[in-house]
Write a protein that binds this ligand. Structure first.
Ligand SMILES: [Zn+2]
Length: 112
């Protein structure tokens, strides 16, 4: 019995793709159809979603419109879990020649 319980705990901790709330309720024999949207797994899924990427792009472009921005300050305004996705979008905007990177700052590519 204890071994079985420990296995459940281990499954819970190892789980990286299913909403934790769902896993937990499943353990207690209940079914939840919707993701909770607040556990770390839901948040990381959201961080990788298309709409989040779009929001980041818009916010980056709006931020650099007036003044160059510091990359780490921009990233710090989001939770750590989203850092990778934000860096990817920054790199995408640079390769699309919309942004210019100068050391640790980003500015609008005005020559485009
Ligand atoms: Zn969740």
């Amino acid at each position: 019995m204890l071994v079985k319980k420990l296995k459940h705990v281990n499954d819970y901790l190892q789980n990286t793709s299913i909403c934790r709330s769902k896993v937990l309720l499943d353990y207690f024999g209940e079914k939840q159809s919707e993701d909770c949207n607040i556990c770390d797994i839901c948040i990381s899924k959201k961080a990788d979603s298309k709409s989040f990427r779009k929001d980041i792009r818009i916010r980056l472009l709006k931020s650099v419109e007036k003044n160059p921005i510091d990359i780490s300050t921009f990233i710090a305004s989001y939770s750590k879990i989203k850092e990778q996705v934000i860096l990817e979008e920054i790199n995408n905007l640079i390769s699309e020649k919309l942004l210019l990177k100068n050391g640790k700052t980003l500015k609008l590519n005005e020559y485009k």
